[in-house]
Design a protein around this ligand. Sequence first.
Ligand SMILES: Nc1ncnc2c1ncn2[C@@H]1O[C@H](COP(=O)(O)OP(=O)(O)OP(=O)(O)O)[C@@H](O)[C@H]1O
Length: 586
Amino acid sequence: MASGGGNYRNVTHRNSLKGTTTTAAAVATDRPLSVNSNPSKPALKNKSLSTVGGASSGPRKSCPGSLGGGGTAKDDAGVPGRVRVAVRLRPRNAEESVADADFADCVELQPEFKRLKLRRNNWDTDTYEFDEVLTEFASQKRVYEVVAKPVVESVLDGYNGTVMAYGQTGTGKTYTIGRLGEEDTADRGIIVRAMEDILADVSLETDSVSVSFLQLYMESLHDLLDPTNDNISIVEDPKSGDVSLPGATLVEIRDQQSFLELLRLGEAHRYAANTRLNTESSRSHALLMVHVKRSVKGRDLDHSSQNGNTTNMAKTLRPTLIRKAKLVIVDLAGSERIDKSGSEAHTLEEAKSINLSLSALGKCINALAENSAHVPVRDSKLTRLLRDSFGGTARTSLVITIGPSPRHRGETASTIMFGQRAMKVENMLKLKEEFDYKSLSRKLDIQLDQLIMEHERKQKAFEDEIERLTMYAQNQISEAEQNYANAMEKERLKYQKEYMESIKKLEEKWMMNQQKQGERKDQMASTADEVAELKRLHNKEISLRKAAEEEVNNLKTLFAATYFAYRLLSHTAILPLSRHQQILRS
Ligand SMILES: Nc1ncnc2c1ncn2[C@@H]1O[C@H](COP(=O)(O)OP(=O)(O)OP(=O)(O)O)[C@@H](O)[C@H]1O
């Protein structure tokens, strides 16, 4: 972070009174801008004024891009929009009230004719016409309404916009642009009022507002929201010419209170110094960039839907049209004559750097006003940052601030000429619309997740139902089985009982039969015994007979043998046969 003569605003306390005296001497070489070489030449721009009046001054309805279906992303041509310039006169300060007590103001304002007369001397004046002429009595509210409000409304409609304050040091640029109005809300400057209007108009559900706050100090771009970030690079899109600062802190704003806190933080980091012309002179150009992103509602974008062809699905898949607009509010550091401001050492370096960048801006505006083929945009970072504001696509409103002191007539003239040239610059306003494919993709992702969840929920419900039905069926089956088993058991018991009874009966019958049979058997047994006895007797008889027959046979054999022997022996004495028979019988 650069240091030296410059102080942070939280170090140098802001004092609304000018305590310094200035010298009347003017050194032309320190002038940041080349003034009209022929100041007597009428500087009225009636043609341009009438051309632009409607486009720039009107409320949002008059904004060309907001008309009907015009100004879509495809509308590359844009609509012309001249840079509007208002002049604001600061009241005499305490020092001037004393020092210039005997002198008339160097300017005379005719707000009703939107004219400013710059005194050349006691007899001659040069007359200039501006879009708005704001006297020293103009309220902050009125200044906002005529200078910034049309631009803010244009930004809300999707166009880039710039509000810038230019003027000699100590003439009220910061007062006009940056007053927070903490003690008295009537003092609120353009920045605070612009954000109030923006926040009141956007829907925080569908739109977004984010800000970066920067200072261009000694040709390096510092982040006022993060002082460690002191060399932010400027990136230019070669095709569209869009300027972006990817390194800058971007803070989303959701309410005015947090925005005011952010402004306080940024202001505290801004370089300021006590110079002869301003006790708290801004030593840097401050840029507040407000990015407004809005989704386009109400207008049906798909013409097919007008024919009734669009399905719900097609509607869902249609990306939202979004408008991205950037409002740049610039509080330039004051142009100053180094001899008058009393800049020394580091403050001198700062003053040179300020004047150099303001001079580069003046050159660009001259080139644009004269339709030069070459516009030296790249000569300074300030002009690079503001390339869309002058000769670009933004609606630009400039407030030039002047003081009343005749001692600073030269600087006042220079400022007036800067304003007059700026009024000649014609921008080509373009609506910044694009389809929000990112959020469509996010939306589809969410829808997909929801569908998956819904499917899973249905699947689960289906599975639960199946399980429930299965359980029910199983219960029914088991109940039927149980009933069947019970019935079977009952049947079985019945049959068993019947069977047992029939068995019993059979047994009884059998018993009876048995009994009967037993009786019969007994009978049969005795018969059989008898038979057996008889058989035994018979057999015995047979065996006795057999034995008898064998005996007989034996006897016969014996008899025969005996008889034979006898016969042999008794050749002589034969026994009578009867004897033999007796023997046999015995
Ligand atoms: N319209 C006004 N009514 C009352 N006081 C004003 C008005 N304009 C400026 N002042 C006072 O004049 C002083 C200088 O104003 P301011 O700091 O805004 O000037 P500046 O142009 O921003 O200066 P620098 O370029 O040095 O930063 C401040 O004290 C401020 O309160």
